[in-house]
Design a protein around this ligand. Structure first.
Ligand code: FCB
Length: 444
């Protein structure tokens, strides 16, 4: 088994989860942690001060690419207005050091850490929010696009809105009505369109632009028959009323310039005016879709023609986070998205948390993570074999880090971080991944 020669092997992180709070303005996550009683992020991995050490680790592991996010409140502490030069310089140096180490930077522009000051002005609920985002993006693009060509505008807007604005379990912790949440969704998509325009207008190198969605759980055909395949596909792209987790809400408008008919029909009375000008803005062409895929759920076609999910039992293999291990999810996720939208995809996140500890020999033996990654990559290879346009794989995550509402309880890294000393210890999976990269997957 071998992956294409130009396959992109990377790892991913995000600013809020690793950098630490030094030298940046407040974001909605700082506020949410206080109010919700979640452990505050504090210094996190202190990547802000230790990025050079982290890049050395990346080089040792043999990463070809690194996906990180820029913290909006680091470069603009109030979200707009005064620029924090030191903050911008941080990313400038980060990119230089990555390139010097032979690692290609993939930049995410918004990975959930929304500036608190803008939230207080209505945030994404305010129609101006799209322009605020585009102005911030322009600033970053002016600074980095002579060296960066790979851009993710948004990370998981579906999770951001479903968890942050509907269920209230993520920042900003709101439980808005569906029509209010729809306005937020619409402005995020407008912001995405304006950001894409800003990148194309200003980029100094030919850009490759996409965003990352999280279709978890990915519906999986219970058996590899045409019926169950169709059932899984239908489940993935079906639209429940006001369910902002659904990827169709986020991709149909970008790919085709219209919201999913089913969603509009189900919520028609409550959806505000959608004008043609907005939809044209939202439909700015993108170059790829990023898929953050962690797990799936089997589906089948019932006798009465309806689609049924077959929930996995408690006895099913699970990660330390309780997520079921279902390696076929990467294959079906890639295949269904490619078939529907016809765009290239990258796996922008995949990985697993386990309760790792440092052994007496000073290393971390994370055989379960290796097993998880190996099985997922084997399924991803099937997608490559079938010539589906999957261009790369970003392992989540390089470092153990701050796992949002779960605080520091979940270790997703291939590098262990001691959160008292900030000492880094590559886990067995890090060296295993190096082998996968250098052998182009042959060792799988
Ligand atoms: C994704 C997020 C990422 C990380 C993983 C485990 O939903 O994008 O930041 O927390 O889950």
């Amino acid at each position: 088994m071998s992956f294409p020669n130009d396959f992109i092997w990377g790892a991913a992180t995000s600013a809020y989860q690793i950098e630490g709070e030094e030298g940046r303005g407040p974001s909605i996550w700082d506020e949410f942690c206080k109010v919700a009683g979640v452990a505050s992020v504090g210094r996190a991995c202190d990547h802000y001060n230790r990025f050079a050490e982290d890049i050395r680790l990346m080089r040792d592991i043999g990463l070809r690419a690194y996906r990180f996010s820029v913290s909006w409140p680091r470069v603009l502490p109030n979200g707009r207005g005064t620029v924090n030069r030191t903050g911008l310089d941080f990313y400038d140096r980060l990119v230089d050091e990555l390139l010097a180490a032979g690692i290609v930077p993939w930049v995410t522009l918004f990975h959930w850490d929304y500036p608190l000051a803008l939230h207080r002005c209505g945030g994404w609920y305010n129609r101006d929010s799209a322009a605020w985002f585009a102005d911030y993006v322009a600033l970053v693009v002016d600074m980095l696009s002579d060296r960066v060509s790979f851009w993710f505008t948004l990370n998981e807007p579906n999770v951001y809105v479903a968890c942050g604005y509907r269920q209230g379990i993520h920042a900003p912790g709101e439980r808005l009505s569906a029509d209010h949440a729809f306005t937020i969704c619409h402005n995020l998509l407008r912001g995405n369109g304006m950001a894409v325009q800003a990148i194309r207008d200003r980029a100094k190198m030919q850009p490759w632009i996409g965003y990352a969605l999280a279709p978890n759980p990915v519906p999986l055909p219970a058996t590899d028959t045409p019926e169950d395949r169709e059932a899984a596909r239908r489940m993935l792209f079906t639209h429940e009323e006001h369910d902002f987790m659904s990827c169709t809400w986020w991709t149909d408008p970008v790919a085709w310039g219209r919201y999913p008919e089913e969603g509009v029909r189900k919520g028609a009375a409550r959806i505000p005016d959608i004008n043609a000008h907005d939809m044209a803005l939202i439909a700015q062409p993108i170059d790829f879709i990023g898929l953050n895929i962690y797990f799936g759920v089997p589906c089948c076609l019932a006798d009465d023609g309806t689609v049924r999910t077959l929930p996995l039992s408690d006895a099913h293999r699970r990660t330390g986070f309780g997520w079921p291990v279902t390696p076929a999810c990467v294959y079906w996720g890639v295949r269904f998205f490619v078939e529907r939208y016809g765009l290239p995809v990258v796996i922008s996140e995949n990985g697993a948390a386990y309760p790792d500890t440092v052994s007496d020999d000073g290393t971390v033996h994370d055989s379960e993570r290796i097993e998880y990654l190996k099985e997922h990559l084997q399924w991803l290879h099937r997608a490559c074999e079938e010539r589906l346009p999957v261009r790369g794989y970003f392992l989540w995550s390089l470092l153990d880090n701050f796992e949002w509402a779960a605080g520091y309880t979940q270790r997703f890294g291939i590098v262990y971080v001691d959160f008292h000393t900030r000492h880094r210890t590559p886990k067995d999976s890090a060296w295993w991944y190096r082998e996968v990269i250098t052998s182009s997957g042959t060792c799988l």
